[in-house]
Ligand binder design. Sequence first.
Ligand code: AMP
Length: 603
Amino acid sequence: MTSDLSVDTPTFADLGLVDTLVERLNALGYETPTPIQARAIPTLLEGKDVVGLAQTGTGKTAAFALPILQKIDPKNTKTQAIVLAPTRELALQVCEAITTYAVNLPGIRVLPVYGGQGYGFQLQGLQRGAHIVVGTPGRVIDHLERGSLDLTALEFLVLDEADEMLNMGFAEDVERILADTPEYKQVALFSATMPKMIRSLAKKYLHDPVDIATPKATTSTATVRQRWIQVSHHHKLDALTRLLEVETGDGMIVFVRTKSATEELAEKLRARGYSAAALNGDLVQAQRERTVAQLKSGQIDLIIATDVAARGLDVERITHVINYDIPHDTEAYVHRIGRTGRAGRTGEAILFVTPRERRMLSAIEKVSGRPVEEMSVPSAEEVNERRTGRFAQAITSSMGSPQFHAFRTLVEEYASENDVSMTDVAAALAVMSQTDKEFFLRPDPPKKAARERDFEPRKKPAGFDRSDRLPAEGAAVYRVAVGKRHKIGPSAIVGALANEGSLKRSDFGKITIGQDHTLVELPADLPDAVFEALANTRISGKLIDLQPDSGPPIRRTREDRKGNPHPKKSHENRPYPSKAPDKGSYESKGSSSGKPARKPRHK
Ligand code: AMP
């Protein structure tokens, strides 16, 4: 491996950032700037406009937030920077990130303003003075019209996820804000795609912008099989340990984003019995070399590394590269997977993708040169099967041990003295050999019943009230388990589903909030991945439990009330007519994969 980590890689200090910010980034565990940061930070510090082609995950937030924080005058309480974001969630996320970066810069106030939240809090914040406002375009316009937001001292304007803003119908609002703010402000525009509209927006409102795109990389790793798994942040560790149990391999390298994450994950894996070590740029050279030597010799099987620390790592026994955190760009992906499939061997690359990172997956698929296959997190059943297999193998190999005959005599004596079967003795010895964790994983909970059953979207009965309109073409009604009781409004529903389930605002139809639940119109063919992504989503602390809605609640008949405490779901009970299931017309997601048919049928 290369010994000098600084080769080609600028540090945050090299980019011109002040010590307080560099120290903060170090404390956050950021090792080096991401490619977009390496190019955008110095350009923005120089005062130039920037057009950045970058999606979520590239580190674009810090790319604009750090120069803004460095240039802002905390003594001037007027709003000096505004960041426009397409959704409430992104606005909040950006606010949180800026606040995190600004920890060592006391006195800088960052305020989110977005639709769906009452004006009171936002007005108070604006009156008190916010150096940086992060908002959705519609609400920013509202504040400008009310006179509650003063942008006369604006120095910086950022358009974050510009293509999404335009997709969501904010083009006019964005243009108005660009036009109605001081002419000589610095503008940074970030977008995952560069359609014509964005180009012409940049041409019209930006001054001689510097174009920044992260370099496109291509793989030449024909010997590496590439797979990806959709997994939410809090399921990553479980997914990784299951993978480690079922994948057959030798040495493995697990990539994470930060130095601190290498230590944390290595520690968690060691606690679960794996021989794992962290590899990051904070380790002194001798320690790094020792860790790599241990991986080479098989003393350890798992290295948890950052991109920089693993650069050039050449260990033949690495059979797997696991991208626990998605890389910041495709080039890093190519470098990472190149750590396996070396010396003419084959290798495996597995990429964890959270719902918000799907765009980066598409970019990776483009450069990968080969299909990146989707896979699922191994099931409890698969893990248990492997454990059973390993148990049998361990018995067989122990029979060859030099101590075998001595123990055999002891066991025979024990069995005859205590009058127990050999099977019982063997089972007791197996228990003795166990750690205190359960040998078998508990079976995975069955997929939600409602997702398994065929689903019929609501149909219009005779005399149907016009106000209770049917879902639009291609849409269906879904139910989430939060309602008025949980003090939520439509924006909370849209926010949660859009953010966690990667849905677009245009995917949403009518939203009807009931006491305990809400009905939402969404595309009839929502992919399984959306349900999986939303499996643990909560609003106001309550699991939303997204389900296709099959009509109003089942009414109990008099008979049910008399004899049967569990009313059966009969079509006759329903005030809305529901056709008998027409199996042929339902789309089943390949029963061979064990996945249930769930999709609601198009209207
Ligand atoms: P973004 O693309 O701005 O949404 O950032 C994606 C993730 O990368 C966030 O969790 C950031 O905290 C993290 N991140 C940003 N810059 C760096 C860096 N230079 N090194 C490590 N992680 C980073």
